[in-house]
Every structure is written in C-alpha cells, then in structure tokens.
Write a protein that binds this ligand. Sequence first.
Ligand code: NAP
Length: 534
Amino acid sequence: ITNKTVAIIGAGASGLTAIKCCLDEGLQPTCYERSEDIGGLWRFCENDIEGQASIYKSLTINTSKEMMCYSDFSIPEDYPNYMHNSKVMEYFRMYAKHFDLLRYIHFKSRVCSVRRHPDFHINGQWEVVAEIYGKQEAAIFDAVLVCTGHHVDAYFPLNSFPGVKKFKGELMHSREYKHSEKFQDQRVLVIGLGNSGADISVDLSHVTKQIFLSTRTGTWVVNRVCDDGYPLDVVHFTRFKNFLRHLLPAALVNLWGEKKLNSRFNHENYGIKPQHRFLTRYPIAADDLPNAIIAGRVIIKPNIKEFTERGVIFEDGSSEENIDVVIFATGYSYSFPFIEEGVIKTNGNHIPLYKFVFPPHLKRPTLAIIGLLQPLGAIMPISELQARWATRVFKGLIKLPSEDMMMADIAKKFQYNNKRYVPSQHISLQVQYVDHMDELASLSGVKPNLLNLWLTDPRLAWEVFFGPCSPMQFRLSGPGKWEGARNAILTQEKELSGLQKHEPCNHALAAVSLSIFMKVFGCFALFAVILAYL
Ligand code: NAP
C-alpha cells in the first residue's frame, strides 16, 4: 500500500497541501513547480509571466484567516483576519517549513506531458515528462495530483467588442495589472465587475483622472467586515445558517439578503443592481467600491456597444472619449494541455469530474484534479480535503463508485447548478462551502458527528453548530485526526475578539447565530399562532 509514488503538479495553495497529504498517507510525493518558488497565484511578481498566475500588488484575500487556513495549521494570532497577499505567502512558507515540504519540490520544472503508462489498465501508472532547467526528463509515477489552478489563462474576449481594432489607446487584461502608479492622471476604463474589476478600479481610482467601470449584469456587493465587525465568512458560514438556508424558501433568503445589502447602499442608485437574485450568483467582496462610487472616483457604466478611436459608446447611448487605457477584468479560462488527450473530457467550460476531482471514465482512479472549483468561501481547505480523500483513494482505502454512478452524480450537480444559478463562465464549478466540505468529509470519514458531540462534548458541539465552520472541524475525528483541533475551535472566538482589540467575550459569535435562531423560530411561532386563530 505505501511506497507508492505520486507526482504533484504545481506548488501553490493546492500543491503544498497535496504534498503534505501524501506524506500523511505514507505516499512518496514529487512536486514539479515551473517557477522558482512556492505560492502559485499568491506570490506577487513585478512582471506578468506567461504560464503563471498573476496578481496585483495591493491584493488582499477576501476570505478570513479563520476560514482559509489548512485544517491542522492555524494562522498566527497576530496576523490580520483578511491578509494581504504577502501575509498569505508568509503563511504558506510557515506551512511548508513546519511540515518540511520543500525537499519534495523540484523548482524550475515545467511538466510537458502526463500520459498513461502502456500497462495503465493493470498498474494505473503515469509517465510524467518535465522540463527541468531546460532538459526534458521522464519519470513513472503510481498516481498524479494536478494542482495547477484555474486563474492562469486570461479570458480576453476582444472579438466580442465591435470596433475594438480601431481603438488607439492601450488594451490590457487584469492579469497584467500590477501597480497603480503608471496610470497617474489617466482616464481608464475597466470592463467586468468581478472581484478583480472592483479591486483594480478602487486601487486605480486614487491616482487616475477618472475610472469608468463597465458592467453588463451588475452584481451584489458584500462587505468583508460583517455584523459587529466580524469577518463575513465567520458570521455566515456556520452549520446553523447553512441549515436555515436549506430550510427556508429561496425567495425568503433572497429578500433577506437583498434587503441587507441594499440597506448598506442601494445597489440601484449606485448603478450596479444586478438583474439576478441574491442567491443565483455569487456576490463580490468590495468594501471600498461604494465609497469610490459616492466620491465620484469610479463611475459605473453599462455594457459597451462599440469602441471608437479614442473611446467607447455604451449600450445606454452615453459615450466617453479620451480613454487612455482599457483593462479587461473579464476573468480566466482553464485547460490542461499537458494531460494526454482523452483523460479529461471537456464539454465547453464544463469538465466532468467526480466530486470535482476524479475523471470518471479512467480504468484506474490514479489521477486527481485538486482545486478546480469556484467556492463561495475559501478554496485552500477544500483543496486540502480533496487531497486527503484522493490520497486514500490512491492507496485503495476508499473505493470510487462505478463509472455510471459517478456520471449520474456529475450530471445531478450540473443540473442543480444550471437550475440554481444564472449562466456564467464558471457556473459548473460553483459549490457551497459548508455543503461541499461535508460531502468530501463524508467520503473520507472525517465529517464531525454532531449527535455524538452533543452527547459527549456539548460545549464543542455548540461551537461546531453555531460557530464558524472552520477547517479544524474536519480534524476532530477519523483518519488524520488532529489533537489540537478541539482547542483551535474553542479558542477561535477569543482570538477573533482579541484581534479586534476587544475584551474576549465568550460565545459572542455563537450569540449572533443564536439571535437569528430565536428570530426565525419566533417568526414560525407567530405564524403558527396566527394560523391557529384563523
Ligand atoms: P470573474 O470573477 O470571472 O469576473 C469576470 C467579470 O468579467 C464578470 O463580471 C463578467 O461579467 C465580466 N465579463 C466577462 N466577459 C465579458 C464580456 N465579454 N463583456 C463584458 N463583461 C464580461 O474574474 P475575476 O474578477 O478576475 O476573478 C477571478 C477569480 O479570482 C474569482 O474567483 C475571484 O473571486 C477571485 N479574486 C479574488 C480576489 C480577492 O480575494 N481579493 C480578487 C480578485 C479576484 P458578467 O457578470 O456579466 O458575466
């Protein structure tokens, strides 16, 4: 069972934890990383390097440290709740050092091909060819974990914009954007109101003459800073609220969500009211965007009708001339050109993978894709749980269902997403954090048993149910159990309070959840009383 070799492609947020999971399971990892360092997307570089993900200098993560950490390695107490990319990198370096992961990574090693071994149907092995310092080397592995992410290939839909060829200004994609300085006193148009479009517009708006932000669909905007100053995901990603979300009609949750977001700023008045309902598309986290709009630094515009030589005409008939630069913050597409044809069958932007991890038609389940999803929530703990599951599948400790059953599960998820969400580029990759973590955890036997917890450890059960559904919850029992998990869960609230320079106040967070609990059940009770009197 052990001594199996595993090739890991990429040493970013998913690749690092994949190495660790292999080691935990007694597998022998070899990680190929095309750059000279770890961190993937999170490592800021002054230049945009082809084939590598690229971020801007000011990027601050939009998931809190409580929810984005790996499940057995907390982020230090004195780190901010929402970390700048440099702090995220520091955390990755600490993780790699603590678990001694660097020794398994070959840097400057670009994987050129991953092909099935001629005896794949018997041994499930793969031949991996990598270019290491300019020289191609082949090696055979028992399994492969692909951890290359999906924010590398720019989606740059120039052809969708009439007249773009005659535009004389600069056209660039958001992945090329690094700093604001070079745009001093310019008139810049940003296309696309995703997280990149919003962040870059606000960043630039402090130095440019004017920013125009064009959106074709609008969006709901959430704040990183939520009720009582707690991080948004800490407040909302609890088992209790997830339970309520499933219990209550979507129309009610939509009303509640939209009312709450509009009470901070009226999305219609700010020109970004989406055509879709709150639950049917992920919101963006852009705390500073309304400030920039109300201060006139950012002017919201509708979709572009056509480009002129020096500007653009928008669909509402308005136009702007003397535009110096247009930044396409239009997102990313993804592909796996190094994997042998037929291993991953793509269907447009939909890649059918069992639980977003395993190609269902392979005779041997020895190749897994890690981190290829779009969660509403942090991706790092999901990648970690995927890798924990995949490594146990590689070892033969967990069996996958038949190809038909896997295909049926994939189709069900695809249909669910198509029904629930409005069309978007990555609709097939969308998952809900708590539901998806629980699903993966059930497959690996690490989902917390709430009933058992209520009976044996009610204090912990309370935190697990009403408190943030932090990654440590998946280290309480089962394979990979971590002795520090209980304490980490019970002290997370104290740490949160401490960081905000408050006196630690016990159960404040759970109290926020409980107050909602009381309100909802109060409503039910009132409703029942009214019915009884009718
Ligand atoms: P994205 O989320 O895919 O958003 C792309 C935007 O471009 C969408 O608003 C889309 O508009 C628009 N768009 C696409 N094609 C268009 C077209 N032909 N015409 C007009 N508009 C078009 O991409 P992203 O903002 O680069 O984000 C990528 C990922 O990185 C996301 O997961 C995001 O959450 C993450 N991210 C995180 C942070 C952070 O943590 N601080 C910052 C940036 C990005 P429609 O809505 O109309 O389709």
